[in-house]
Ligand binder design. Structure first.
Ligand code: ADP
Ligand code: ASP
Ligand code: MG
Length: 420
């Protein structure tokens, strides 16, 4: 994925390059951008910096809302161009502030860097990252500020990497530029056993393995983007999650797993409320049908998550149910309505009142007591389980959106995750 296309001038420097990423809340206002600039100025004594920033505060949501006011289903190419402007504001403002402090700083959009992605809008993956422009600038600039979340296709179209994608930009840059460390600065102290803004006794984890945090991120812990963790693991990037408002706090270190508390059975609970469930009923029970459903979804670049098949052997029919990201629900329904005719199937049903509540842990493998306790806790609280999914490191129950936070809190307590 990440390629370097020229010799690094950083190698000739005595001090190593670091990548720092600041999320939306960290650059929400001019005073906060000034605070970020102060953190950068202090860090400069350790070496040059690449800073990746997100759009200010809720700018991306605001831009999305504007587009939806213009058309109910805006064109994805135009939408990506629009959304990318949020990050362009924050990179330039941060550069202006740093320059006013006497720091040699320069801002870059993805096209100025050469962050090439697939030609897919709204959730493009990075396929090539050119380092020439950045390396050249490092010869006479100390802080390079790069717009997160955006990329460019070989045809020159602007793309975005999916919501929360600035983390991915930062880790990709750290890998390509061979940075010493990639610090993801956010609005909490690091990675906790659950979202600390929703579960009060969630515990801060000093260390966590790529595998554990990858599961947590995929299952809804928004603190870091799953693609960023995947890239970090693939390229061995030293990753830390830290608090912008407590820059001296160590935060959480994410690494290869040799130092983590791997003997803990469970490491965290995650909730994902951005989910929807669809079902195509009375599908003929024949070989090849599941493939047709999955292919139709893949052709639209929609990820199918949990899948359940209920069989009616006497009728020779199946009900196929699966979850998708809520933003893909309308397109999924359209695809299934078309398939329904081709497959001679029954009704297409959709339910957006669902959320996934998951327990994650490297030590859960083969421990039947974990599932029993999880289900008993939900049953005891009269929380209905709509779907169940499991793999080596996770156990997921789909419940109603309204009950998801309560379910997560009960699970967190039952597994005593607040205790070290
Ligand atoms: P940023 O704008 O800095 O990218 P995000 O809002 O994307 O920040 O991510 C930080 C938020 O992630 C926190 O405010 C917290 O509510 C949420 N979060 C969810 N799960 C966790 C967790 N396990 N540990 C820490 N934060 C979490
Ligand atoms: N600004 C984008 C978003 O809100 C990307 C990011 O913040 O990482 O999703
Ligand atoms: Mg984020």
């Amino acid at each position: 994925m990440v390629s370097t296309s020229s010799t690094s001038p950083i190698g000739t420097r005595t001090k190593q390059l670091s990548v720092l990423k600041f999320g939306g809340t960290s650059v929400k206002s001019v005073p906060r951008i000034q605070h970020v600039a102060e953190i950068a100025q202090k860090r400069l004594k350790d070496g040059p910096l690449i800073i990746v920033v997100s759009a200010m505060g809720d700018t991306t949501d605001y831009l999305l809302k504007l587009a939806k006011q213009c058309a109910s289903n805006p064109d994805k190419r135009e939408l990506d161009s629009l959304l990318s402007t949020g990050e362009q504001i924050s990179i330039t403002l941060l550069s202006i502030v740093l320059q006013s402090m006497g720091v040699r700083a320069k801002s870059f959009t993805a096209s100025q860097v050469g962050i090439f992605t697939e030609s897919v809008f709204s959730k493009a993956r990075i396929v090539d990252l050119k380092t020439d422009a950045l390396q050249k600038s490092l010869l006479n600039t100390d802080v390079l500020i790069v717009a997160g979340f955006q990329g460019i296709t070989p045809e020159g179209d602007i793309t975005t990497l999916g919501r929360g994608g600035s983390d991915t930009t930062a880790v990709a840059l750290a890998a390509a530029m061979d940075a010493e460390v990639c610090d993801i600065f956010t609005d909490v102290d690091g990675i906790y056993t659950a979202d600390p803004n929703s579960i009060r006794n969630a515990r801060l984890l000093k260390e966590i393995s790529y595998e554990e945090v990858l599961e947590m991120a995929r299952l809804g812990a928004q603190v870091i983007h799953p693609r960023a963790v995947e890239l970090g693991r693939q390229y061995g990037v030293k990753l830390r999650v830290r608090n912008t408002f407590k820059p001296d706090h160590e935060g959480t270190i994410i690494h290869g797993g040799d130092k983590v508390e791997i003997y803990r059975t469970v490491s965290g609970v995650a909730v994902d409320k951005d989910q929807a469930r669809v079902a195509i009923m009375d599908v003929p029970d024949q070989p090849g049908v599941a493939g047709k459903i999955a292919r139709a979804m893949a052709d639209k670049n929609i990820v199918i998550d949990m899948i359940m098949q209920a069989v009616h052997p006497s009728l020779g029919l199946n009900n196929v149910t699966f979850t998708v990201h809520e933003t893909d629900l309308d397109e999924t329904k359209k695809v299934l309505q078309e398939l329904k005719v081709k497959l001679n199937a029954g009704e297409v049903l959709a339910d957006s009142d669902i959320a996934k509540v998951s327990l994650i842990g490297a030590g859960m493998v083969g421990q039947p007591g974990v599932a029993a306790k999880f289900f008993e806790v939900l049953g005891g609280a009269n929380i209905n389980i709509k779907m169940i999914g499991s793999s080596e490191m996770k156990l997921t129950c789909v419940v109603s959106k309204e009950q998801a936070s309560e379910a997560a809190r009960l699970i967190h307590d039952a597994f005593e995750l607040h205790k070290a």
